[in-house]
Design a protein around this ligand. Structure first.
Ligand SMILES: Nc1ncnc2c1ncn2[C@@H]1O[C@H](COP(=O)(O)OP(=O)(O)OP(=O)(O)O)[C@@H](O)[C@H]1O
Ligand SMILES: [Mg+2]
Length: 260
């Protein structure tokens, strides 16, 4: 399909610990349209990171395939950038040089590179901190440098593995706001992994709820609300409760055959 950026079909993965096989992902399929933000939400150990690494070309599936803009993913490419939860920065490089790192090997003039780097740092509000080093920044600022580097590369897709999980609530909210704002300008396709239901409802166009042992896409939920969203609005709580019900945390019994 012309507007399909990612198509995951029939992904199966078994890991071995010693000689014991453990089926981590079982027949996982989903698609993501160009410009969508989609979240993989699921309990610890359900296979979210494994799945994300497969989309990025870092891990091979036993069965099934991933298409990125109709091309089979076989290794990591610059069209699809991965943002990790922590340790995204090189401690010996300044903010400016850390963002520049993403453009190494690009056929760009020095001026064009500089312009891209400065634009990206402006997007995340760090233009006053170009010459600082990672240890001089808060955790939130460090993640903003990593986000700037990802957007400076102008990829088609950004994969994010719990990028805000280590931050305090206020920094997390602020970065979620920034992500939604920047993505609405750049229209980058984003696949994000989180445990945080509020984060999923706040940033996503669709949430893919995963069940565990083995990991499967158990339910897909469209968050039909315009962005930016209001965390205190009734609609926000409606989606939050719907997801909580799926996770059997809201006290409502869930009759599903899968344990989420
Ligand atoms: N390289 C590996 N070798 C063996 N087992 C692995 C490997 N990578 C992951 N696993 C196992 O696969 C399962 C899924 O791991 P994964 O990291 O994908 O979970 P997750 O959903 O991202 O969890 P979390 O939310 O805690 O990050 C876990 O049981 C994990 O122990
Ligand atoms: Mg993980």
């Amino acid at each position: 399909m012309a507007d399909e950026m990612i198509a995951v079909s029939g992904i199966t993965k078994t890991f071995f610990t010693g000689s014991e096989p453990s089926r981590v992902l079982d027949d996982v399929s989903f698609t993501i349209q160009k410009g969508e933000i989609v979240t993989l939400l699921g309990k610890s150990g359900c296979g979210k990171s494994t799945l994300l690494h497969m989309v990025g070309g870092f891990t091979k599936a036993d069965q099934g395939q991933v298409l990125l803009d109709s091309q089979q993913v076989q290794r990591p490419t610059k069209r699809c950038v991965m943002l990790f939860q922590q340790r995204n920065l090189l401690p010996w490089r300044s903010v400016l040089k850390n963002v520049e790192l993403g453009l190494e090997g690009e056929k760009l003039s020095a001026d064009d590179k500089k312009e891209r780097v400065l634009d990206a740092l402006k997007l995340v509000g760090l233009e006053q901190h170009l010459h600082k080093f990672p240890h001089e920044l808060s955790g939130g600022m460090q993640q903003r440098v990593a986000i700037a580097r990802a957007f400076a590369m102008q990829p088609d897709v950004i994969l994010m593995d719990e990028p805000f999980a280590a931050l305090d609530t206020f920094s997390r909210y602020r970065l979620q706001d920034e992500l939604v704002r920047i993505q609405s300008q750049k229209k980058t396709t984003i696949l994000l992994v989180t445990h945080d239901i509020d984060e999923a409802v706040y940033v996503s166009d669709r949430v893919l709820i995963m069940s565990s042992h083995p990991g499967k896409i158990y339910k897909e939920m469209k968050i039909a609300q315009t962005k930016p969203r209001d965390r205190s609005h009734g609609d926000f709580h409606y989606f939050r409760k719907k997801i909580l019900d799926e996770f059997e945390l809201s006290g409502v019994p869930n009759t599903s055959e899968y344990s989420i």
